[in-house]
Write a protein that binds this ligand. Structure first.
Ligand code: ATP
Length: 445
Protein backbone atom coordinates (compact mmCIF):
# COMPACT_ATOMS: atom_id res chain seq x y z
CA UNK A 1 0.00 0.00 0.00
CA UNK A 2 1.20 3.51 -0.83
CA UNK A 3 0.11 6.40 1.38
CA UNK A 4 -0.11 9.85 -0.18
CA UNK A 5 -0.38 13.05 1.85
CA UNK A 6 -1.85 16.39 0.83
CA UNK A 7 -0.07 18.28 -1.93
CA UNK A 8 -2.41 21.10 -2.73
CA UNK A 9 -4.95 23.09 -0.73
CA UNK A 10 -7.45 22.83 -3.59
CA UNK A 11 -7.91 19.15 -2.66
CA UNK A 12 -9.18 20.24 0.76
CA UNK A 13 -11.28 23.06 -0.65
CA UNK A 14 -13.23 20.59 -2.78
CA UNK A 15 -13.49 17.92 -0.06
CA UNK A 16 -14.69 20.63 2.34
CA UNK A 17 -17.40 21.75 -0.03
CA UNK A 18 -18.48 18.24 -1.04
CA UNK A 19 -18.78 16.95 2.53
CA UNK A 20 -19.94 20.12 4.29
CA UNK A 21 -16.89 21.30 6.20
CA UNK A 22 -16.41 24.77 4.72
CA UNK A 23 -18.32 26.74 2.07
CA UNK A 24 -17.51 30.05 0.47
CA UNK A 25 -19.44 32.83 2.20
CA UNK A 26 -22.45 34.17 0.24
CA UNK A 27 -21.72 31.67 -2.51
CA UNK A 28 -25.06 32.17 -4.27
CA UNK A 29 -24.05 35.80 -4.86
CA UNK A 30 -20.66 34.81 -6.24
CA UNK A 31 -18.95 34.73 -2.86
CA UNK A 32 -17.35 37.37 -0.67
CA UNK A 33 -13.57 37.75 -0.75
CA UNK A 34 -11.79 35.59 1.79
CA UNK A 35 -14.84 34.94 3.98
CA UNK A 36 -15.89 31.36 4.63
CA UNK A 37 -18.80 29.58 6.29
CA UNK A 38 -18.46 26.40 8.33
CA UNK A 39 -20.99 23.79 7.26
CA UNK A 40 -22.69 20.94 9.16
CA UNK A 41 -19.45 18.98 9.71
CA UNK A 42 -17.16 22.01 9.84
CA UNK A 43 -19.13 23.69 12.61
CA UNK A 44 -18.96 20.49 14.70
CA UNK A 45 -15.23 20.16 14.10
CA UNK A 46 -14.54 23.82 14.81
CA UNK A 47 -16.36 23.50 18.14
CA UNK A 48 -14.10 20.50 18.93
CA UNK A 49 -10.97 22.49 18.08
CA UNK A 50 -12.10 25.26 20.41
CA UNK A 51 -13.05 22.81 23.14
CA UNK A 52 -9.60 21.17 23.02
CA UNK A 53 -7.85 24.54 23.37
CA UNK A 54 -10.25 25.87 26.02
CA UNK A 55 -9.82 22.70 28.06
CA UNK A 56 -6.01 22.84 27.77
CA UNK A 57 -6.12 26.39 29.13
CA UNK A 58 -8.98 26.84 31.57
CA UNK A 59 -8.82 23.45 33.30
CA UNK A 60 -5.44 24.52 34.67
CA UNK A 61 -5.51 25.84 38.22
CA UNK A 62 -3.82 29.10 37.13
CA UNK A 63 -5.95 30.20 34.15
CA UNK A 64 -9.41 31.74 33.95
CA UNK A 65 -11.47 32.38 30.84
CA UNK A 66 -13.37 35.43 29.58
CA UNK A 67 -15.60 36.34 26.66
CA UNK A 68 -15.16 40.06 25.93
CA UNK A 69 -17.15 42.20 23.48
CA UNK A 70 -15.92 42.65 19.92
CA UNK A 71 -16.64 46.39 20.05
CA UNK A 72 -14.41 48.25 22.48
CA UNK A 73 -13.80 51.83 23.53
CA UNK A 74 -11.92 53.53 20.64
CA UNK A 75 -9.10 54.68 22.94
CA UNK A 76 -8.18 51.01 23.49
CA UNK A 77 -6.80 50.97 19.93
CA UNK A 78 -4.89 54.20 20.41
CA UNK A 79 -3.27 52.84 23.56
CA UNK A 80 -2.47 49.48 21.95
CA UNK A 81 -0.75 51.14 18.99
CA UNK A 82 -3.24 49.82 16.41
CA UNK A 83 -4.56 53.20 15.26
CA UNK A 84 -1.07 54.43 14.39
CA UNK A 85 0.84 51.26 13.69
CA UNK A 86 -1.41 48.44 12.51
CA UNK A 87 -0.89 48.94 8.82
CA UNK A 88 0.65 47.47 5.68
CA UNK A 89 2.42 49.49 2.96
CA UNK A 90 0.37 49.42 -0.26
CA UNK A 91 1.29 50.29 -3.83
CA UNK A 92 -1.16 50.91 -6.70
CA UNK A 93 -0.33 50.04 -10.30
CA UNK A 94 -1.53 53.02 -12.34
CA UNK A 95 -1.88 50.89 -15.49
CA UNK A 96 -3.75 47.73 -14.47
CA UNK A 97 -5.05 49.13 -11.14
CA UNK A 98 -3.74 46.17 -9.14
CA UNK A 99 -3.09 47.00 -5.50
CA UNK A 100 -0.41 45.01 -3.70
CA UNK A 101 1.77 44.97 -0.60
CA UNK A 102 5.17 46.50 -1.18
CA UNK A 103 6.90 44.74 1.70
CA UNK A 104 6.55 41.13 0.53
CA UNK A 105 5.92 41.26 -3.23
CA UNK A 106 8.97 39.82 -4.94
CA UNK A 107 8.69 41.58 -8.33
CA UNK A 108 8.31 44.93 -6.56
CA UNK A 109 11.16 44.39 -4.13
CA UNK A 110 13.55 43.18 -6.84
CA UNK A 111 12.55 45.23 -9.90
CA UNK A 112 10.00 47.83 -8.71
CA UNK A 113 7.48 46.21 -11.08
CA UNK A 114 3.75 45.48 -10.81
CA UNK A 115 3.31 41.75 -9.99
CA UNK A 116 0.31 41.60 -12.34
CA UNK A 117 1.26 43.45 -15.56
CA UNK A 118 4.94 44.27 -15.02
CA UNK A 119 4.38 48.02 -15.37
CA UNK A 120 6.70 50.44 -13.60
CA UNK A 121 4.02 53.11 -13.49
CA UNK A 122 3.39 52.74 -9.75
CA UNK A 123 2.29 54.92 -6.86
CA UNK A 124 4.48 55.52 -3.81
CA UNK A 125 3.78 53.01 -0.99
CA UNK A 126 1.01 54.25 1.32
CA UNK A 127 0.20 52.93 4.76
CA UNK A 128 -3.17 51.19 4.87
CA UNK A 129 -4.73 50.56 8.28
CA UNK A 130 -5.99 47.00 8.67
CA UNK A 131 -8.77 47.74 11.14
CA UNK A 132 -12.41 47.67 9.99
CA UNK A 133 -14.24 50.82 11.01
CA UNK A 134 -17.89 51.30 11.77
CA UNK A 135 -19.94 53.89 13.61
CA UNK A 136 -21.85 53.48 16.84
CA UNK A 137 -25.31 54.93 17.34
CA UNK A 138 -27.81 56.33 14.87
CA UNK A 139 -25.68 59.19 13.51
CA UNK A 140 -22.82 58.45 11.15
CA UNK A 141 -20.21 60.88 12.28
CA UNK A 142 -16.44 60.78 12.66
CA UNK A 143 -16.84 61.22 16.43
CA UNK A 144 -18.76 57.91 16.56
CA UNK A 145 -16.13 55.82 14.82
CA UNK A 146 -15.33 52.53 16.47
CA UNK A 147 -13.42 49.48 15.27
CA UNK A 148 -14.08 45.78 14.96
CA UNK A 149 -11.32 44.33 17.12
CA UNK A 150 -8.29 43.14 15.14
CA UNK A 151 -7.20 40.88 18.01
CA UNK A 152 -8.80 39.50 21.16
CA UNK A 153 -5.83 40.31 23.40
CA UNK A 154 -6.91 43.85 24.28
CA UNK A 155 -10.16 42.55 25.82
CA UNK A 156 -7.98 40.62 28.22
CA UNK A 157 -5.62 43.48 29.12
CA UNK A 158 -8.42 45.89 29.97
CA UNK A 159 -10.02 43.18 32.13
CA UNK A 160 -6.81 42.23 33.94
CA UNK A 161 -7.80 43.90 37.22
CA UNK A 162 -11.44 42.71 37.01
CA UNK A 163 -10.36 39.10 36.51
CA UNK A 164 -7.60 39.19 39.11
CA UNK A 165 -9.80 40.72 41.78
CA UNK A 166 -12.95 38.71 41.11
CA UNK A 167 -11.16 35.36 40.94
CA UNK A 168 -8.53 36.29 43.61
CA UNK A 169 -5.78 34.65 41.56
CA UNK A 170 -2.19 35.51 42.36
CA UNK A 171 0.47 36.28 39.77
CA UNK A 172 1.53 34.20 37.90
CA UNK A 173 -1.84 33.48 36.33
CA UNK A 174 -3.43 33.64 32.91
CA UNK A 175 -6.60 34.76 31.15
CA UNK A 176 -7.82 32.86 28.10
CA UNK A 177 -10.30 33.90 25.45
CA UNK A 178 -11.75 32.62 22.18
CA UNK A 179 -13.43 35.07 19.85
CA UNK A 180 -13.78 36.70 16.47
CA UNK A 181 -11.25 39.19 15.15
CA UNK A 182 -11.34 41.21 11.95
CA UNK A 183 -8.51 42.47 9.75
CA UNK A 184 -8.85 44.10 6.39
CA UNK A 185 -5.97 41.98 5.09
CA UNK A 186 -4.37 43.05 1.80
CA UNK A 187 -3.20 39.57 0.91
CA UNK A 188 -5.78 37.14 2.26
CA UNK A 189 -5.92 33.68 0.79
CA UNK A 190 -4.87 30.08 0.95
CA UNK A 191 -8.42 29.06 1.82
CA UNK A 192 -9.03 29.64 5.56
CA UNK A 193 -5.35 30.33 6.32
CA UNK A 194 -5.65 34.12 6.14
CA UNK A 195 -9.13 35.61 6.09
CA UNK A 196 -10.65 38.96 6.96
CA UNK A 197 -12.96 37.60 9.63
CA UNK A 198 -11.45 34.89 11.79
CA UNK A 199 -11.44 33.44 15.25
CA UNK A 200 -8.54 33.67 17.66
CA UNK A 201 -7.67 31.66 20.73
CA UNK A 202 -5.44 33.79 22.88
CA UNK A 203 -4.06 33.47 26.38
CA UNK A 204 -2.18 36.16 28.27
CA UNK A 205 -0.12 34.92 31.19
CA UNK A 206 0.77 37.60 33.76
CA UNK A 207 4.11 37.14 35.50
CA UNK A 208 6.47 38.98 37.80
CA UNK A 209 9.10 40.94 35.83
CA UNK A 210 12.31 38.97 35.83
CA UNK A 211 10.52 35.61 35.62
CA UNK A 212 9.29 36.29 32.07
CA UNK A 213 12.11 34.54 30.20
CA UNK A 214 11.50 31.31 32.12
CA UNK A 215 7.72 31.39 31.51
CA UNK A 216 8.29 32.14 27.83
CA UNK A 217 10.27 28.90 27.55
CA UNK A 218 7.63 26.98 29.55
CA UNK A 219 4.84 28.16 27.29
CA UNK A 220 6.79 27.22 24.18
CA UNK A 221 7.00 23.66 25.48
CA UNK A 222 3.38 23.55 26.65
CA UNK A 223 2.05 24.69 23.32
CA UNK A 224 4.31 22.32 21.36
CA UNK A 225 3.01 19.41 23.43
CA UNK A 226 -0.59 20.48 22.81
CA UNK A 227 -0.11 19.96 19.07
CA UNK A 228 1.52 16.57 19.56
CA UNK A 229 -1.25 15.48 21.93
CA UNK A 230 -3.85 16.19 19.27
CA UNK A 231 -1.95 14.16 16.72
CA UNK A 232 -0.13 16.77 14.61
CA UNK A 233 2.95 15.06 13.16
CA UNK A 234 6.16 16.27 14.75
CA UNK A 235 7.94 16.59 11.40
CA UNK A 236 5.30 19.09 10.27
CA UNK A 237 5.98 21.48 13.16
CA UNK A 238 8.84 23.85 13.82
CA UNK A 239 9.68 26.90 15.90
CA UNK A 240 10.64 30.07 14.11
CA UNK A 241 12.23 32.60 16.48
CA UNK A 242 11.78 36.24 15.46
CA UNK A 243 14.97 38.14 14.70
CA UNK A 244 15.29 41.81 15.80
CA UNK A 245 13.79 43.11 12.51
CA UNK A 246 10.70 40.86 12.79
CA UNK A 247 9.80 41.74 16.38
CA UNK A 248 6.53 43.66 16.84
CA UNK A 249 6.71 47.04 18.58
CA UNK A 250 5.45 45.54 21.85
CA UNK A 251 7.55 42.39 21.93
CA UNK A 252 10.65 41.61 23.95
CA UNK A 253 10.90 38.15 22.40
CA UNK A 254 8.74 36.15 20.02
CA UNK A 255 8.63 32.76 18.42
CA UNK A 256 6.17 31.35 15.89
CA UNK A 257 5.02 27.77 15.91
CA UNK A 258 5.01 27.00 12.22
CA UNK A 259 3.12 24.22 10.51
CA UNK A 260 4.08 22.71 7.17
CA UNK A 261 1.02 23.69 5.14
CA UNK A 262 0.99 22.66 1.44
CA UNK A 263 2.36 26.14 0.59
CA UNK A 264 5.28 25.64 2.98
CA UNK A 265 6.07 26.21 6.67
CA UNK A 266 3.89 29.12 7.85
CA UNK A 267 2.84 30.65 11.16
CA UNK A 268 0.24 28.71 13.10
CA UNK A 269 0.68 30.31 16.51
CA UNK A 270 2.63 33.23 17.94
CA UNK A 271 4.20 33.10 21.40
CA UNK A 272 5.28 36.53 22.57
CA UNK A 273 6.92 38.12 25.56
CA UNK A 274 5.06 41.45 25.57
CA UNK A 275 6.80 42.82 28.65
CA UNK A 276 4.67 45.42 30.46
CA UNK A 277 3.84 47.28 27.25
CA UNK A 278 0.08 46.77 27.22
CA UNK A 279 -0.79 47.29 30.86
CA UNK A 280 1.46 50.37 30.98
CA UNK A 281 -0.20 51.83 27.88
CA UNK A 282 -3.73 51.21 29.18
CA UNK A 283 -2.76 52.69 32.51
CA UNK A 284 -1.43 55.80 30.76
CA UNK A 285 -4.41 56.27 28.44
CA UNK A 286 -7.12 55.44 31.00
CA UNK A 287 -5.52 57.12 34.00
CA UNK A 288 -6.30 53.98 36.07
CA UNK A 289 -3.69 51.98 37.91
CA UNK A 290 -3.28 48.49 36.48
CA UNK A 291 -0.64 47.48 38.98
CA UNK A 292 -0.66 44.24 40.88
CA UNK A 293 -0.08 44.12 44.63
CA UNK A 294 1.84 41.11 45.81
CA UNK A 295 0.56 40.67 49.39
CA UNK A 296 3.17 38.17 50.45
CA UNK A 297 6.12 40.41 49.56
CA UNK A 298 4.30 43.74 49.95
CA UNK A 299 5.41 44.69 46.43
CA UNK A 300 3.57 46.61 43.72
CA UNK A 301 4.38 46.14 40.05
CA UNK A 302 2.99 45.99 36.52
CA UNK A 303 3.17 42.33 35.49
CA UNK A 304 4.86 41.22 32.31
CA UNK A 305 2.83 39.22 29.82
CA UNK A 306 3.61 36.01 27.98
CA UNK A 307 1.05 35.58 25.21
CA UNK A 308 0.09 32.53 23.18
CA UNK A 309 -2.08 33.35 20.16
CA UNK A 310 -3.40 30.88 17.61
CA UNK A 311 -6.06 31.22 14.94
CA UNK A 312 -8.86 28.70 15.30
CA UNK A 313 -9.43 28.62 11.55
CA UNK A 314 -5.72 28.19 10.86
CA UNK A 315 -5.52 25.35 13.37
CA UNK A 316 -8.62 23.78 11.78
CA UNK A 317 -6.77 23.91 8.44
CA UNK A 318 -3.61 22.42 9.98
CA UNK A 319 -5.65 19.54 11.43
CA UNK A 320 -7.27 18.90 8.05
CA UNK A 321 -3.94 19.00 6.18
CA UNK A 322 -2.22 16.77 8.69
CA UNK A 323 -5.03 14.23 8.76
CA UNK A 324 -5.54 13.92 5.00
CA UNK A 325 -4.24 10.72 3.44
CA UNK A 326 -4.92 8.60 0.40
CA UNK A 327 -4.21 4.89 0.82
CA UNK A 328 -3.59 3.38 -2.59
CA UNK A 329 -3.64 -0.40 -2.98
CA UNK A 330 -3.10 -2.32 -6.17
CA UNK A 331 -4.53 -5.78 -6.81
CA UNK A 332 -5.52 -7.87 -9.83
CA UNK A 333 -8.81 -5.87 -9.82
CA UNK A 334 -6.86 -2.66 -10.34
CA UNK A 335 -6.00 0.32 -8.20
CA UNK A 336 -8.10 1.33 -5.23
CA UNK A 337 -7.82 4.55 -3.24
CA UNK A 338 -9.15 4.92 0.30
CA UNK A 339 -9.37 8.57 1.30
CA UNK A 340 -9.03 8.97 5.06
CA UNK A 341 -9.09 11.99 7.34
CA UNK A 342 -7.11 10.53 10.20
CA UNK A 343 -8.28 13.21 12.63
CA UNK A 344 -7.72 12.83 16.35
CA UNK A 345 -11.02 11.32 17.56
CA UNK A 346 -11.67 14.28 19.86
CA UNK A 347 -11.31 16.66 16.90
CA UNK A 348 -13.29 14.53 14.41
CA UNK A 349 -16.74 16.05 13.80
CA UNK A 350 -18.63 12.75 14.09
CA UNK A 351 -17.60 10.08 16.56
CA UNK A 352 -19.92 7.25 15.55
CA UNK A 353 -21.77 6.26 12.39
CA UNK A 354 -24.73 3.90 12.75
CA UNK A 355 -25.14 1.73 9.68
CA UNK A 356 -27.97 -0.83 9.41
CA UNK A 357 -26.91 -3.58 7.02
CA UNK A 358 -30.23 -3.44 5.18
CA UNK A 359 -33.17 -1.07 4.95
CA UNK A 360 -35.56 -3.70 6.36
CA UNK A 361 -37.72 -2.31 9.18
CA UNK A 362 -36.58 -4.86 11.73
CA UNK A 363 -32.98 -3.59 11.35
CA UNK A 364 -33.63 0.13 10.86
CA UNK A 365 -35.84 0.31 13.95
CA UNK A 366 -33.04 -1.15 16.10
CA UNK A 367 -30.46 1.07 14.41
CA UNK A 368 -32.53 4.23 14.88
CA UNK A 369 -33.07 3.45 18.53
CA UNK A 370 -29.33 2.93 18.97
CA UNK A 371 -28.66 6.19 17.14
CA UNK A 372 -30.90 8.12 19.51
CA UNK A 373 -29.35 6.52 22.58
CA UNK A 374 -25.79 7.27 21.46
CA UNK A 375 -26.70 10.83 20.47
CA UNK A 376 -27.11 11.57 24.20
CA UNK A 377 -23.33 11.22 24.55
CA UNK A 378 -21.76 11.75 21.12
CA UNK A 379 -22.14 13.41 17.74
CA UNK A 380 -23.51 10.60 15.60
CA UNK A 381 -24.60 10.10 12.02
CA UNK A 382 -27.08 7.60 10.59
CA UNK A 383 -26.67 6.24 7.07
CA UNK A 384 -28.67 3.46 5.46
CA UNK A 385 -28.05 4.01 1.76
CA UNK A 386 -25.53 2.22 -0.52
CA UNK A 387 -23.38 -0.82 0.19
CA UNK A 388 -21.69 -1.14 3.56
CA UNK A 389 -18.27 -0.74 1.92
CA UNK A 390 -19.31 2.55 0.33
CA UNK A 391 -20.74 3.76 3.63
CA UNK A 392 -17.47 2.97 5.44
CA UNK A 393 -15.62 5.03 2.83
CA UNK A 394 -18.01 7.95 3.32
CA UNK A 395 -17.14 7.96 7.00
CA UNK A 396 -13.40 7.51 6.41
CA UNK A 397 -13.19 10.70 4.38
CA UNK A 398 -14.81 12.77 7.14
CA UNK A 399 -12.68 11.18 9.85
CA UNK A 400 -15.36 9.22 11.79
CA UNK A 401 -13.36 6.97 14.14
CA UNK A 402 -16.09 4.31 14.68
CA UNK A 403 -18.64 2.73 12.37
CA UNK A 404 -21.31 0.59 14.01
CA UNK A 405 -23.04 -1.98 11.84
CA UNK A 406 -26.42 -3.37 12.85
CA UNK A 407 -26.96 -6.73 11.14
CA UNK A 408 -29.40 -9.63 11.32
CA UNK A 409 -27.38 -11.28 14.10
CA UNK A 410 -28.02 -8.16 16.18
CA UNK A 411 -31.66 -9.25 16.47
CA UNK A 412 -30.53 -12.44 18.24
CA UNK A 413 -27.37 -11.50 20.14
CA UNK A 414 -28.15 -7.81 20.87
CA UNK A 415 -24.63 -6.96 19.70
CA UNK A 416 -23.20 -4.84 16.88
CA UNK A 417 -19.97 -4.75 14.87
CA UNK A 418 -17.69 -1.80 15.59
CA UNK A 419 -15.24 -1.04 12.79
CA UNK A 420 -12.21 1.16 13.50
CA UNK A 421 -11.25 3.82 10.95
CA UNK A 422 -7.46 3.52 10.93
CA UNK A 423 -6.76 -0.20 11.20
CA UNK A 424 -10.15 -1.26 9.80
CA UNK A 425 -10.34 -3.96 12.50
CA UNK A 426 -13.77 -5.07 13.69
CA UNK A 427 -15.12 -6.06 17.11
CA UNK A 428 -18.46 -7.38 18.31
CA UNK A 429 -19.84 -5.28 21.18
CA UNK A 430 -23.11 -5.67 23.13
CA UNK A 431 -25.61 -2.87 22.43
CA UNK A 432 -25.90 -1.97 26.10
CA UNK A 433 -22.10 -1.62 26.43
CA UNK A 434 -21.67 0.43 23.26
CA UNK A 435 -21.75 3.90 24.79
CA UNK A 436 -19.23 3.09 27.54
CA UNK A 437 -17.06 1.22 25.03
CA UNK A 438 -16.88 4.31 22.75
CA UNK A 439 -16.20 6.60 25.74
CA UNK A 440 -13.34 4.36 26.82
CA UNK A 441 -11.89 4.30 23.32
CA UNK A 442 -12.07 8.09 23.04
CA UNK A 443 -10.33 8.54 26.40
CA UNK A 444 -7.35 6.51 25.19
CA UNK A 445 -6.23 9.28 22.89
P1 ATP B 1 0.02 36.50 9.71
O1 ATP B 1 1.18 37.43 9.47
O2 ATP B 1 0.32 35.08 9.38
O3 ATP B 1 -1.26 36.97 9.11
P2 ATP B 1 0.16 37.66 12.35
O4 ATP B 1 1.60 37.51 12.70
O5 ATP B 1 -0.36 38.97 11.94
O6 ATP B 1 -0.25 36.52 11.27
P3 ATP B 1 -0.84 37.54 15.05
O7 ATP B 1 -1.25 38.96 15.09
O8 ATP B 1 0.35 37.11 15.84
O9 ATP B 1 -0.70 37.06 13.53
O10 ATP B 1 -2.11 36.64 15.42
C1 ATP B 1 -2.02 35.41 16.11
C2 ATP B 1 -2.59 34.26 15.31
O11 ATP B 1 -3.88 34.58 14.81
C3 ATP B 1 -1.78 33.89 14.08
O12 ATP B 1 -0.72 33.03 14.43
C4 ATP B 1 -2.81 33.19 13.23
O13 ATP B 1 -2.97 31.83 13.62
C5 ATP B 1 -4.08 33.94 13.56
N1 ATP B 1 -4.36 34.94 12.52
C6 ATP B 1 -3.87 36.19 12.42
N2 ATP B 1 -4.36 36.82 11.34
C7 ATP B 1 -5.20 35.94 10.75
C8 ATP B 1 -6.03 36.00 9.59
N3 ATP B 1 -6.12 37.10 8.85
N4 ATP B 1 -6.75 34.90 9.27
C9 ATP B 1 -6.70 33.78 10.02
N5 ATP B 1 -5.95 33.67 11.13
C10 ATP B 1 -5.21 34.73 11.50
Amino acid sequence: MITKTIEDLSTLVSLSKRRGFVFQSSEVYGGLGSCWDYGPLGSLMKANVKRAWWKAMTRRADIVGIDAAILMHPTVWKASGHVDGFSDPLVDCKDCKTRFRSDNTESYLKHQKCPNCGSKNLSEPRQFNLMFKTTMGPVEDSSNVIYLRPETAQGIFVNFVNCQQSSRYKVPFGIAQIGKSFRNEITPGNFIFRTREFEQMEMQYFVKPGTDAQFFEEWKETRWNFYLKYGIKKENLQFHPHGPTELAHYAKAAVDVQYKFPMGFSELEGIHNRGDFDLTQHSKFSGKSLEYFDEANKEKYIPYVIETAVGCDRLFLAFMCDAYREEVTTSEKGEDTRLVLGLHPQIAPIKVAILPLSKKDELTSVAEKLRNELAEDFDVIYDESASIGKRYRRQDEIGTPFCVTVDFDTLNDQAVTVRHRDKMTQERIGCTQLSSYISEQLKRF
